[in-house]
Structures are given as C-alpha cells and as structure tokens.
Ligand binder design. Sequence first.
Ligand code: ATP
Ligand code: MG
Length: 263
Amino acid sequence: MLTITCASLSGGQGKSTVSLFLGRVLARLGYSVLMVDADPQSSLTFYLGHDVEPSQPTLLEVLKKQVKVEDGIYELSHSNMWIIPSDEGLDSVQDFLASSGMGAVVLKKRLSEVADLFTFCIIDSPPQRSQICLTAVGAADAVLIPAEASSKGLNSLIRFLELTKELTDVDAFTGTLLGVIPFRERRFGKNQAIQSVKSLEGMREAAQDIPILPAIPESEQYKKALDSGVTLAELGYPHLEVPFLKVVELLKEKCLHKMPSAG
Ligand SMILES: Nc1ncnc2c1ncn2[C@@H]1O[C@H](COP(=O)(O)OP(=O)(O)OP(=O)(O)O)[C@@H](O)[C@H]1O
Ligand SMILES: [Mg+2]
C-alpha cells in the first residue's frame, strides 16, 4: 500500500478536494483505495457520502487502538473505495497522541496492519499544525501540498515546508514531497489573474525542486461533481482531471518501487 497525505497549514487550500478526486481517479483506474479522514471537520467523510453512526468506530478508535483497524474501515458505494471516517469527536485524540510521545508514527503503525489489503491509502488532514496533522504527515510515503493561488496559499506552503523539514530532522517524516497543487487558479480568458501569477512565482521559489503540478482552476464544476457524486470526466469536463492524472504519473515515476499493480 502506498500512502499519500494531502496536507497544508491553512483552511480552504483544497486538501479534501484533492483527496477526493485523486481517490476517485485511482479507483477508476482499478486500484483499491483506502480513504482516511484525519480531519475532525470530516469533510472527506461527507464528500464521500458516508454516514457515521454514533456506535460505529471511526479513526478516533483506530488511533487509540480501541478496535482492530479493519473494524474502522467501511466499504463505500463507489467501487474500489473504502473509508476510515471521522467525526468531530476525533479532536479528543490530540491529548492521546501528545502523551504517547510517538504521536507522529501512530497512524503509520496502525495503517501498516492493513497494508496488504489496499493499493493506495489517501489521508486528508486538518488545517492546523496539530498532533493529528503530524501523525497524518508521518504516515505518508508521499505528500501532496495543495495551496491556494493567493498570498495566503503561498504563506501556507512556506509554513508547511518548514514543518516537513522539522519532521524530517527527527525521522518523523521519511516520505517524498510529491508536489504542490495550486488551487483555485483564476484566469480571465486565456490569461492568469495577476494574483495567481504572483503567488505561483512565489510557490516555484519556495518549493525549489519539489514539482509544481498543473493547477486546479477556479471552477464551479468541482463542487458540482462533488455534490452529484460523479467524476469530472463523467460531468463532461475531463480536462479538469489533469492535475490528478499528473499525480498518478508522478506516483508511477517516483514511487514505482512501492506501487503494486491494479487489482
Ligand atoms: N476548483 C474550485 N474552484 C472553486 N472552489 C472550489 C474548487 N474546488 C473546491 N472548491 C471549494 O473550495 C472550498 C475549500 O476546498 P476544500 O474543502 O477542499 O479545502 P480544505 O483545504 O480541505 O479545507 P479545510 O482546511 O477547511 O479542510 C470548498 O468549499 C470546495 O467546495
Ligand atoms: Mg478539508
């Protein structure tokens, strides 16, 4: 199983959107995909149309080792996709992770128990530098960094890159920084808006040798695809899937040795 975490340190950067569409593209290509919602806001759980019953285990119980990992995994109606969901109760895991002394490796360890069952695992993370964020990044073989094409997005990227350096220094992150995905790039006709141009320049400088992937343009169609549960291609906008197809290409290039074939 190859684990990809979508992470950034600000809200609204496109983490949940990228997690969802990448997961769907991989599932459509025939790979089995485990989606992990590591955000107490539970957007990904909602986007995937999964209802959490109060009595059912979620990521909270999985992290706390109160259940077997398999017992926190639910099959989704979309073929080839499964989920470890979250709800707002996940917030209460922060103290547990902080006091365990090894918070950054807890999720990685738990997921290793089901590594033979799935080809890919995609983790959506919360927007703050919290214990949950650290364990989500620590679990990753590859990290994708969505960043809004704005000064806020650039700032979020810079802070996240600092965090990964810190984690790498203490061996709490051993994965690859796969790429930055500019989010909500604005265009007027064929021209990029000035704010998008400037922030992308800043991102290129900050990211250095980390690839800047094709941008997700500002578009209502992503939300429409989300709400109707269909892919962008099915909605008639296959070109809007380009950023996710590029991620698949990069995964093949950079992580091939870890990437099993479609099942
Ligand atoms: N291409 C797009 N253009 C404009 N808005 C979009 C696009 N794609 C998604 N959105 C909307 O942007 C908002 C933020 O996206 P998303 O939830 O993916 O960000 P996030 O980083 O996960 O946020 P949070 O940090 O709160 O979890 C959502 O309301 C989403 O519907
Ligand atoms: Mg989110």
